[in-house]
Design a protein around this ligand. Structure first.
Ligand code: GNR
Ligand code: NI
Length: 172
């Protein structure tokens, strides 16, 4: 299978607010999408990527929070089946909002059920960065970017900064 690096949408692109549909079946088309998303996530040095970010509006997520970058997880049609009452408040970043980091409240642990890249059901309980990442990616599938948890003032500043950065990149 040939892998291709996909372009990642940048906030405030309105396509980032699209709600993804469930994957009807895990076939060769989805396996190709997964391979391309993994390639794109590793190339961008991200710990996760949601299909929404590459303008594909289906419920597919890839994650690798390992230090060695050798432990890819694929979550298709993910559902959170349990979440801790305890919350955690940590800095987040996003490949769709480059160079912006800010604190977001998340459940300290979540249990997520999904299909894997072969279409088999998998379930695991995540803590730490993996838990944060699962929640961050599942938000993307609902059309939500982490900056929407910040104040209106911060969000407006981030929007201005991102538009300026895009214009500068266009000029080169
Ligand atoms: O690479 C990423 N790092 C990160 C750090 C803290 C909390 C969440 C993340 S996810 C992000 C990749 C990304 O944008 N996924 O959607
Ligand atoms: Ni993100």
């Amino acid at each position: 299978m040939t892998m291709a690096k996909l372009q990642i949408l940048r906030y405030p692109d309105p396509r980032l607010h699209t709600v993804a549909k469930p994957v009807p079946r895990v076939d060769a088309r989805i396996q190709q999408l997964v391979a391309d998303m993994l390639e794109s996530m590793y190339a961008a040095d991200g710990v996760g990527l949601a299909a929404t970010q590459v303008d594909v509006h289906e419920r597919v997520i890839v994650i690798d929070t390992s230090d060695a970058r050798d432990d890819p997880r694929v979550l298709i049609n993910p559902e959170i089946v349990a979440r801790s009452e305890e919350m955690t408040f940590a800095d987040e970043g996003c490949l769709s909002v480059p160079l912006i980091y800010d604190k977001v409240a998340r459940h300290a642990s979540v249990t997520v059920r999904s299909l894997d890249r072969h279409g088999a059901t998998q379930e695991f309980t995540a803590e730490g960065l993996l838990s944060i990442c699962v929640q961050h990616e599942m938000d993307h599938l609902l059309g939500k970017v982490f900056v929407e948890y910040l104040s209106q003032l911060k969000r407006d500043r981030i929007k201005t900064k991102m538009l300026k950065k895009s214009r500068e990149e266009e000029r080169g």
